[in-house]
Design a protein around this ligand. Sequence first.
Ligand SMILES: [Zn+2]
Length: 408
Amino acid sequence: MGGNTHEEPFPWHLGVYDAHCHPTDTMSALPSISSMKTRVLTVMATRSQDQELVASIAETHGIKSPKLEQWSREECIVPCFGWHPWFAHQMYVTTEGAGDEKEQEKGILEGEAKVEHYRKIFKRETIKDEDRRTFLALPNPAPFSAFLAQTRTYLEKYPLALIGEIGLDRGIRIPEPEGPTNFRQGDENMTPGSREGKKLTAFKPDPQHQKLIFKMQMQLAAEMGRAVSIHGVQAHGMLFDAVKELFEGHEKKVLSKKERKKLAQEHNPDPSHEEEGRNENGNSNQRRPPYPPRICLHSYSGDFSNLSRYLQPSVPIDIFVSFSTAINLSDALESDTPQNFIDLIKKIPDQCLLVESDLHVAGEDMDRRMEDIVRRICTIRGWGLDEGVRILGENWRTFVFGHEGSIR
Ligand SMILES: [Zn+2]
């Protein structure tokens, strides 16, 4: 393919932005964060153990203004708050409007209420004694409303914070309860509660429950006018349907070819009028629409036909698609870029592309993966490195801060 060789110096000085990562999973590596070559990390929260950690680095390293010329070197993260589908089973949702106030006040579930919760979430008719033991050893389920209230508080406190990581995953099985027999070597350095490397049970959380948790967070993002970083695995169709349910009835008006032609012949030869109304959600005095302004499909693993549903001109959400060496290229740093990845990247509009590490540890490894994915995408798109880094940087700033005036 020619293009960028590794001899060509990498233009870090132009600003490289990681659109999705988890540095709070390895707190011991966090001090390296402000000396990284990657300029800003978009830091996800996923579960009960990391929300506060993300808030704490937002205090010390959070970007305070969308204007990059105002950033100090210490300002190098954008905090994101969210509940990941891998942990959806740890939450229960009391349906709004059920009218039963006591339902709302059950608090943390324990004992038989906990067993019953997990029986429903894992869709079991009956349960064996060993299942009961497993359920009792899993985390005590918490009301999702409390989590949403906490997230709202964080979003109010950090006006540039986003929602993430949230989504749908139909491939997951729940890990065995954490304990002395279910800890992998090296786990003692990791923030508790993560899923990586754990032994798995046969239990799969109900996709409908995941969807409920996902949509409630999307609605909060809509209300607060924040962008969202989305995880989708083996659920690309279902995920789009869930997003669509939010914007249905609010589609952008797109003229058919025939209508456009007719209009052009009659009086209006300017096709740009279709873009009008694009920033209708930009005005904070107006009621916000019921869908978030911008979403990023992170480490996108679907095919182009699923992606093209998001890219239809009628979809009123600005769509970004992000890629990582860790997930999209199975972390094969030195190997050739697979053809199916090349084919997918070629089809994505310039303004939608983002790059990310999706790594769980800050520092040199993260920089290495950022450089790798940027180089590959530049080669595929035929961009010079400077040009590519500029485009990707501009895209990241639009994803995080919105078009001018659309942030609160
Ligand atoms: Zn992630």
